[in-house]
Ligand binder design. Structure first.
Ligand code: WQD
Length: 343
């Protein structure tokens, strides 16, 4: 039987590459489109090393509808899409709002317009816990109120959710699952793929591993005067492979289960909040490597504490993020050591 074909936009990126691996290992055939604006073509080698299969690859920009029309014409039997392709730096989005609105929204509009024309049945969308803003209580479930976005990046996630919802309510013959990620971290245990930030990392783990490796002088912990047990911010750090696995389950549910609602939303987190200092401790415990760090000022716009109630995903999807955080940190370190010479 022919394998079900899935389009993974942004498939050479961090979460996209890990999800491509899991999709291939589950028996799906993957076509990737990526403009390589924040990823490297060599990621395809890493994917192939792990799975033995090189995914089809189209270098192109999703914001160009003709590129997308050609892609769907060249691969006429795509049944589902996972839409990772997006710009994701919060700070940059404040500086360049139009870039963010164009990249993140126009590409999605193109997909939604073309899906019915080419018989594509469903789209899994990468959303974010950023839609909850600073939660009133934790853990936070999917019924929690959506708070006004604090950056153009966050706003693109909220607007994207609304666009998909409106299109489905208007009767489009498609289904969608919105996945709200908490903080994805770690790397594939094979050491073949991981996060490859270009330039100075903005997120905690890539900065931490580069500081531990001596590439950066030291990590700055942004504030230790928050009303949390150790004064640092709390996040729900979720292993990227656990996260990737959830996409495979979501895709299967969307395409092969006629009884599910056309639009569903799931939080993807562990249900456990860890502070920035606890994460540093986990890294040091797991690797035996010290993280050089100092306490600095708060970073503007940071959420004080947020962690998921993942009960809905646990029960409805039968999915659980169960990788031990120390293993996640070991994988992040293994990946850092692998990419070291290139930095
Ligand atoms: C985590 C914690 C920092 C760097 C952002 C987006 C979110 C999501 C992921 C997309 C915070 C602290 C960080 C550093 C530090 N989206 N930190 N020193 O801010 O939770 O989420 O990225 O890609 O939408 O908002 O993640 O990794 O930047 O920060 O102390 O050098 O680590 O203050 O408490 P964040 P993060």
């Amino acid at each position: 039987m022919a394998k079900t074909k899935i389009l993974v936009t942004g498939g050479t990126g961090y979460i996209g590459s890990h999800t491509t691996v899991e999709l291939q290992q589950a028996g799906y055939e993957v076509v990737i489109i990526d403009n390589l604006s924040n990823s490297n073509i060599k990621v395809l080698d890493g994917i192939e090393h792990i799975t033995g299969i090189r995914p089809a690859f189209v270098e192109g920009d999703m914001t160009d509808i003709e590129t997308m029309r050609r892609l769907f014409t060249d691969y006429p039997d795509i049944k589902g899409i996972i839409n990772f392709a997006a710009s994701k730096a919060v700070g940059e989005s404040v500086e360049k709002p139009l870039l963010y609105y164009r990249n993140n929204l126009v590409g999605l509009l193109n997909l939604l317009e073309l899906m019915p024309q080419f018989g594509v049945k469903g789209i899994v969308f990468s959303s974010s816990c950023t839609v909850y803003g600073e939660p009133d209580t934790n853990p936070i479930d999917e019924s929690a109120p959506i708070k006004p976005a604090t950056s153009p990046y966050g706003n693109t996630k909220q607007i994207s959710e609304e666009i998909i919802s409106d299109v489905i309510h208007a009767g489009a013959p498609i289904k969608s699952i919105l996945l709200r990620y908490f903080n994805p971290v770690g790397a594939h245990p094979s050491g073949e793929i991981g996060e490859l930030p270009i330039g100075v990392p903005q997120n905690l783990i890539p900065y931490l591993t580069q500081a531990a490796a001596g590439i950066r002088k030291e990590l700055t912990v942004f504030g230790n005067d928050y009303p949390t047990p150790d004064g640092t911010c709390i996040r729900d750090f979720i292993d990227v492979v656990d996260l990737a696995r959830a996409h495979v389950i979501a895709m299967h549910r969307m395409l092969d289960n006629a009884d599910t609602a056309p639009l569903e939303i799931f939080n993807l987190g562990t249900g456990r909040g860890l502070s920035v200092l606890q994460l540093i401790e986990s890294f040091e415990r797991a690797t035996g490597v010290k993280v050089p760090y100092h306490i600095g000022a708060r970073r503007a716009g940071d959420i004080e504490k947020i962690w998921a109630d993942p009960k809905k995903a646990n029960e409805v999807l039968g999915w659980k993020a169960d990788t031990d955080i120390d293993d996640t940190m070991r994988n992040a370190w293994k990946w850092q050591l692998k990419v070291m010479p290139k930095n």
